[in-house]
Design a protein around this ligand. Structure first.
Ligand code: ZN
Length: 202
């Protein structure tokens, strides 16, 4: 069977503005680590670097409003049998590539969730941390859109969190992957898509 070489992208709604209650919202910054977002990284994609200033501005906006900022950090131990056959070794714990990029370094007291799999909830205390702080709404940004961002958005929605994704603050390696991820987030998981400038904390 031959799959189509070109597909028509269905319309994917991106709303102008989303207002979120600061007290019960968290900004989740997914895997903005050197191996993904620095030119010397092992799985570098230029689009992951391009979103850094947008994420930086969102982090600053969140902090001004008192919104909690939570980071995920993709973390592998040597010889990971699940991901290394697919991607090769990356973000090995303790290496430079594993570190979050300098521009987005977590602040003192920020929660950093080490995750071994695409889904930031899988085998991690993320759900417990969010419940502990009374978080119900998530703004999810970072990389890679169709991999760790999508799986984390899906997992959050299955746990009944409201999820907002600013489409200019997520990155994928190809245009197809980017659009396919947004389609799943919108159509399948009912996340709200907007632009980072449209995210307001009240
Ligand atoms: Zn990984």
């Amino acid at each position: 069977m031959k799959l189509p070489a070109e597909v028509k992208v269905p319309s994917i709604p991106v709303v102008d503005k989303v207002s979120l209650p600061a007290k019960s919202t968290a900004l989740i910054v997914v895997d903005m680590q050197n191996d993904f977002a620095h030119p010397n990284g092992k799985l570098y994609g230029p689009s992951s670097r391009e979103i850094i200033p947008t994420i930086r501005a969102l982090i600053d906006k969140a902090r001004r409003a008192g919104v909690r900022v939570i980071y995920t950090q993709d973390t592998h131990y040597p010889d990971d049998p699940v991901e290394f056959p697919i991607w090769g070794p990356h973000v090995v714990k303790g290496t430079w590539g594993w570190q979050i990029v300098d521009e987005l370094k977590p602040a003192e007291g920020d929660v950093v969730i080490e995750k071994m799999r695409y889904d930031a909830f899988f085998g991690t205390p993320l759900d417990h941390v969010l419940r502990m702080y009374g978080v119900r709404q998530l703004v999810v940004v970072g990389t890679v859109a169709n991999i760790c961002v999508l799986h984390t958005v899906a997992s959050a929605r299955l746990r009944l969190y409201d999820v907002v994704v600013p489409v200019d603050a997520v990155a994928a390696l190809t245009e197809f992957d980017y659009v396919a991820a947004l389609r799943q987030m919108d159509y399948l998981y009912k996340a709200t898509l907007t632009l980072s400038s449209g995210v307001e904390f009240a």
